[in-house]
Ligand binder design. Structure first.
Ligand code: BGC
Length: 589
């Protein structure tokens, strides 16, 4: 991992740092005098008679670090038996927690958390002094605010996202067995340290890297995680769940994405399981996930499963593609989704959101009704619609959340905007209107009336210089729509690495009636697919919709793709895209 480029001159000099630290009565080691150093640690212990779970959160108040270790001494006979999100070693009472291979970078004001289980006898007295890379941390008292002033001078850019995810602290979880109506409400989301590290390594990335993003379980091997380095990281499902506990997160978002014959209408996200591999999907993929999610130690964590992106809608609109026709006729998608809903919905802390495409895919009546029916079929295959908490739209897509300058019922020069080439008779012009209306349609079809919608806003911001600032004054409907729309894609059917896109609304709960949350399910910066064929062992193909020179097909009106060049395979880090997403963020960073 490369350290985050750092060129800003920070106002906190070595001299002021020393004053602050010595002012708090802590000696500063001489070797730290050349760089601004400081840290704050929050320590908590959840004890029972002979053991406890410890959580440590450290904030780096000094210059960015590319590797870190936190040290302390236990006052008593505490002995650590197992740790997570750090490599923890103990010698006598001395403990050293070093960064895991996937999480060495710690920017200024960035925090990391790790945890452990330990045994003890007698009294479990908390340690009171901690050091980060040898420098004593002066803000160790968890309940009192730090006595030192904030280290970032006013001229520094914000190091935390402007709109932080759920601002309220975690509330105490409901008793086991009780599902809440909206699992996002009132608790903070899990920040995936693997994604965070990649974001932090980009210039300015720390402005957004504290946002919760989803963890994609995109192959069987992702459940256990991979040791060593891998383009997709190495933490397994347990590592993520343990890290979520260590972070004190209230929810974690997982994407269940490994159906047989996956991504049947495209090639970029084809997966490892063949069209007849439903038995393997159940036994080697869903069962192990359900077993891990069901571990009692995670019972107070709300586990949100986003189920099988693009799968069921493909059975409605794309059965002219051979693999989609096969997956419809062999029942692999409906039965697979049903099985996942059943197993994961059975958990008292499990919340299932099923993928429901986006307005530019199923926003026509001829598609939305049949899609609702097939979603219902899969839910019934699970045994009960109660296994469905809600639906997600716009996953990994770029459709605008809200078109500010026209609505589906707007008219221009006596013509409906629906007649424009861009809208093309769609019933909706943006995701918020679609999600709100589709929720009602799904309830009418047979889903519970309290279902909630999620909207993936990770890459639908459409800010930057090309964002229209006002409605067009043209009376020609095509000109009006093209000049007014904030979604700057060449065609609404374009989906791969879209040029000009920006980060959208930051994740937050309850943004609008019927919407459980704006979420970042597609982790910004992860590619949608390679621009040219790149051999790989993940089953991923080359889809020409990711090739900027391709002139399109019937699903994008035979338009240019608008894809960024030089993209890596889907899921791999695409630095140029991440930088553009930040530059075009809306709301701006
Ligand atoms: C890819 C997955 C990846 C996910 C998130 C999908 O398009 O197929 O491998 O994990 O995007 O980036």
């Amino acid at each position: 991992m490369s350290p985050r480029p750092h060129t800003l001159v920070r106002g906190l000099t070595a001299a002021t740092a020393i004053t602050l630290l010595t002012g708090a009565g802590i000696a500063v080691a001489a070797q730290q005098a050349s760089a601004a150093a400081g840290c704050r640690v929050t320590y908590s212990a959840n004890s029972w008679s002979t053991g406890f779970t410890g959580n440590v959160s450290v904030t780096n108040l000094g210059d960015p670090l590319s590797s870190w270790n936190v040290t302390w001494a236990f006052p008593g006979n505490q002995r650590i038996t197992q740790g997570w999100s750090a490599n923890i070693t103990q010698s006598g009472q001395q403990v050293t927690a070093a960064n895991p291979s996937w999480g060495g970078s710690l920017g200024t004001n960035a925090s990391t958390t790790f945890g452990f289980n330990a045994e003890y006898s007698g009294t479990n007295t908390n340690p009171t002094s901690f050091s980060l890379n040898g420098t004593a941390c002066t803000g160790t008292v968890p309940t009192s605010p730090p006595t030192s002033p904030p280290t970032s001078p006013p001229t520094s850019p914000p190091t935390s996202p402007p709109t932080s995810p759920p601002t309220s602290p975690p509330t105490s979880p409901p008793p086991a067995g009780t599902k809440v109506d909206n699992p996002y409400a009132g608790v903070k989301g899990y920040v995936n340290p693997e994604w965070k590290a990649k974001a932090d390594a980009e210039p300015g990335g720390s402005r957004v890297s504290n946002n919760p993003t989803a963890v994609w379980l995109d192959r069987i091997a992702a459940i256990a995680g991979t040791s060593g380095s891998s383009s997709n990281g190495s933490m397994g499902l347990r590592d993520h769940l343990d890290a979520a506990l260590a972070q004190g997160a209230g929810y974690i978002q997982l994407v269940i994405y490994n159906l047989p014959g996956r991504d049947c209408s495209a090639l970029a996200s084809n997966g490892e399981l063949g069209v007849n591999d439903l038995p393997r999907y159940k036994a080697e993929y869903i069962d192990p996930i359900a077993a891990i999610e069901g571990d009692a130690k995670y019972r107070n964590l709300r586990i949100i499963n986003v189920i099988e992106i693009d799968s069921l809608p493909n059975l409605v609109t794309n059965t002219n593609v051979a693999t989609c026709a096969t997956m419809k006729s062999n029942g692999g998608y409906v039965q697979g989704v049903g099985y996942a809903l059943n197993k994961l919905g059975a958990l008292s802390n499990g919340y299932n959101y099923v993928d429901a495409a986006h307005h530019g895919w199923i926003g026509w009546d001829s598609n939305s009704g049949p899609t609702a029916q097939i979603l219902l079929e899969a839910a019934r295959a699970s045994g009960s619609v109660n296994n469905v908490t809600g639906f997600i739209v716009n996953t990994a897509n770029y459709s605008a959340l809200h078109e500010p300058f026209f609505q589906a019922n707007s008219t221009v020069g006596g013509q409906s905007v629906r007649q424009s080439k861009w809208v093309d008779w769609n019933m909706y012009v943006d995701e918020l209107s679609f999600a709100t209306a589709y929720r009602q349609q799904l309830v009418a079809a047979g889903f519970n009336s309290n279902i909630g919608m999620l909207i993936d806003t990770s890459r639908n911001g459409w800010g930057g210089a090309n964002r229209p600032a006002a409605a067009s004054t043209s009376t020609d409907v095509n000109t009006f729509v093209n000049q007014s729309r904030i979604d700057r894609r060449i065609h609404a059917g374009n989906w791969c690495n879209q040029s000009g896109a920006g980060l959208g609304e930051r994740p937050r709960a309850n943004p609008e009636p019927g919407i459980d949350a704006y979420v970042w399910v597609k982790p910004p910066g992860e590619s949608d697919g390679s621009s040219s064929l790149i051999p790989n062992n993940e089953g991923k193909g080359f889809d020409r919709m990711c090739d900027p020179t391709y002139t399109g097909n019937e699903r994008n009106g035979n338009s240019m793709t608008g894809a960024l060049p030089n993209a890596p395979i889907s899921g791999a880090w695409f630095s140029a895209q991440f930088r553009e997403l930040m530059a075009n963020a809306y709301p701006a960073l």
